[in-house]
Design a protein around this ligand. Structure first.
Ligand SMILES: CC(C)(COP(=O)(O)OP(=O)(O)OC[C@H]1O[C@@H](n2cnc3c(N)ncnc32)[C@H](O)[C@@H]1OP(=O)(O)O)[C@@H](O)C(=O)NCCC(=O)NCCS
Length: 185
């Protein structure tokens, strides 16, 4: 990313419309059936974990991260991640993903899940979720169900239903502590 004055910054309410148009171009009309959209739709936004990439006033990329529950334990889902087609392959997707993961780690979050291509996301520490442990809200190709531990051992013992969570709970519990059960609405 040497030829453009790229800025990665937290998403603001003023970005909403441009991001919606970007999603339309990147994912098309079927996007609302995608897992990241579905898991997000009932969960509140997490502005501190969502970032946009811009060149001047033009929004060229966006990553969103939303709170979820996995078997009652707090976690995050990364996505949608989208880059304007004309700006692809310049490191924007990587810069957005890395920034979101750094912010999540700094916020004390322990685990991030996503549905996507392992060959792309493995560079950020994502790997296939252990077979059969996570129950997604809709059928998902297991090869595309990926998780990244932000803290070692975050996956240990984690299993159950994956669902949207409204608002960010305090950072996840230390290993061995009681799991706080929250109600998704
Ligand atoms: C996937 C996407 C976010 C990548 O953004 P980007 O800014 O081009 O990504 P980067 O510049 O960080 O990385 C580009 C590299 O990743 C590779 N790459 C891109 N998508 C890939 C994929 N699905 N699988 C494997 N590699 C992929 C590119 O070939 C390129 O490789 P190179 O560095 O060897 O040339 C972008 O192409 C996009 O918005 N696609 C449409 C929406 C989408 O599919 N989003 C992901 C949902 S899971």
């Amino acid at each position: 990313m040497t030829d453009l004055a790229l800025q990665i910054r937290p998403e603001g309410p003023e970005d909403e419309e441009a991001i919606e148009r970007l999603h339309e171009r990147a994912f098309g009309p079927g996007r609302f059936a995608r897992t990241a959209f579905r898991l997000r739709e009932r969960g509140a936004a997490t502005p501190e974990l969502c970032f946009t990439a811009s060149v001047g006033t033009l929004i060229v990329g966006s990553v969103r991260v939303s709170p979820i529950l996995i078997g009652g334990a707090p976690a995050l889902v990364l996505g949608p991640l989208a880059v304007e087609p004309a700006f692809e392959k310049r490191g924007i997707g990587a810069a957005l993903t890395q920034r979101a993961l750094e912010a999540a780690r700094a916020g004390g979050h322990r685990l991030v899940l996503l549905v996507g291509d392992e060959p792309y996301y493995s560079r950020f520490g994502f790997a296939r979720a252990p077979a059969g442990r996570l129950e997604m809200p809709a059928p998902v190709n297991p090869a595309r169900l990926l998780v990244a531990e932000l803290q070692p051992g975050a996956l240990d013992g984690l299993e159950g239903r994956v669902m949207a969570r409204r608002g960010l709970a305090p950072p996840a519990q230390a290993p061995g502590a009681a799991v706080r059960i929250e109600t998704a609405s």
